[in-house]
Design a protein around this ligand. Structure first.
Ligand code: ADP
Ligand code: MG
Length: 389
């Protein structure tokens, strides 16, 4: 689960990581009020779940409360397009107003899960602020890593080593080491999947501040963080993924036009592969799970059909725990209730498959039955092409 910058900073503040004073505003008037309270130069920042806001015109340093209100007015209620949002952008629903900061240097600090080592890894670079991906590609020697031992935790010497490598003056090394250790602790104790501070700045007066913060939390650990669950912002999520989560369906939206409904994650992956092999593009990954009932199948249908780019649906199930006849009844009922606006191809195998096929055939619905996965994928791809033509 991704969260907003101001929420990420709330977490960091609790772990003693220095962030600027600030407040969130939903209207231009609120923006002016926060700016007045802070006094002097402030920065107005669009709050969306995407980076690259600075370059896209979503961050501005302004001299007065009036200017803060003006800039907020230009952002609020409108989509902001950055290189991370896709062409449709994200609607800005609030802005963060923070005190202005005199920046001497911009550094990079991140904590991520490193799948190669199976550990969390702290990453730091003296080249912050700019595109860190570019630094990684062009000058990887400027990126430093420290792996966190899960038993020992982030060790003080690792913080000092990174601080030295950032090329900080001696009097800042201890401060930076403590800063990095606190960020590592925030990452571990919040069960984060990623924490990124870009830029971490050294101010003109020699302070270290997290000027930007991006935090992504591990969904599978949210059950033990009631406070962090509150940070969910459904506006920032794909509405179909939100609906799917409510019904305990694993659904991930993709960019193709063949809606896939499958039971079991492995079969779902294989289905996406075979759709591609047949020359099509899956519109989604959808695993209805082993214990799918009519209600789940109905919701899955609703979600697939609410995606206007879906031109055909390919159902591929293996009846193990879930019997084919029960599944077929679910499909027929769901198709009747939701209304089937696109061709439907079904491939079923497993327990009571004969009975399942009979139910589909007797339903009177325009369902194409496939003998195997390859044929199912071919039929679905052909059907989607017909619809488009
Ligand atoms: P994004 O990463 O989405 O572009 P950032 O929060 O990193 O957004 O802000 C972009 C840039 O705006 C920063 O690199 C920094 O130069 C400037 N900036 C952000 N906050 C302040 C501030 N409080 N005072 C002065 N400049 C700021
Ligand atoms: Mg940034």
């Amino acid at each position: 689960m991704n969260i907003h910058e101001f929420q990420a900073k709330e977490i960091l503040r609790r772990y003693g990581v220095p962030v600027l004073a600030g407040g969130v505003a939903h209207t231009p008037e609120e923006a002016a009020a926060v700016a007045r309270k802070l006094g002097g130069t402030v920065v107005v920042k669009a709050q969306i779940h995407a980076g690259g806001r600075g370059k896209a015109g979503g961050v501005k340093v302004v001299p007065s409360p009036e200017a803060a209100a003006d800039f907020a007015r230009g952002l609020l209620g409108k989509p902001l397009v950055t290189h991370q949002t896709g062409p449709e952008g994200r609607v800005v629903r609030r802005v963060l107003i923070e005190s202005g900061c005199e920046i001497a240097r911009e550094l990079y600090l991140g904590v991520v899960v490193d799948r190669a080592t199976g550990r969390a890894s702290v990453i730091a670079s003296p080249e912050g602020g700019v595109e860190i991906e570019e630094v990684a590609a062009k000058s990887p020697e400027k990126i430093f890593h420290e792996s966190i031992d899960p038993l020992i935790g982030f060790a003080p010497y690792q913080g000092r080593r990174l601080a030295f490598r950032l090329g900080l003056p001696k009097d800042l090394v201890n401060k930076a080491a403590a800063f990095i250790a606190n960020v590592a602790r925030a990452f571990q104790e919040s069960d984060a999947a990623m924490v990124e501070i870009n830029p971490l700045v050294v101010t003109r007066t020699g302070e270290l501040v997290a000027l930007d913060a991006k935090v992504s939390l591990d969904d599978n650990a949210l059950f033990r963080h009631a406070d962090l669950r509150e940070y969910r912002d459904e506006h920032e999520e794909d509405p179909r993924e939100t609906a799917a989560a409510k019904h305990e369906l694993s659904y991930i939206a993709l960019s193709g036009n063949i809606g896939c409904m499958v039971n079991g994650a492995g079969l779902a992956m294989a289905t996406m592969d075979i759709v591609k092999y047949a020359g099509g593009e899956p519109a989604n990954f959808l695993d209805v799970g082993g214990g799918a009932n009519t209600e789940k199948v109905r919701e899955a249908f609703r979600i697939l059909l609410s995606d206007t780019s879906v031109k055909a649906i390919f159902i591929n199930v293996f009846g193990g725990i879930l019997r084919c006849d029960v599944f077929a009844e679910g499909v027929v009922e769901a198709a009747r209730q939701v209304g089937l606006g696109v061709p439907l191809v079904v491939r079923m195998e497993g327990t009571n498959v004969q009975r399942g096929k009979e139910i589909l055939a007797a339903s009177g619905l325009a369902i194409e039955s496939a003998a195997d996965m390859a044929e199912g994928a071919r039929l679905a791809v052909a059907a989607a092409k017909r619809v488009r033509a």
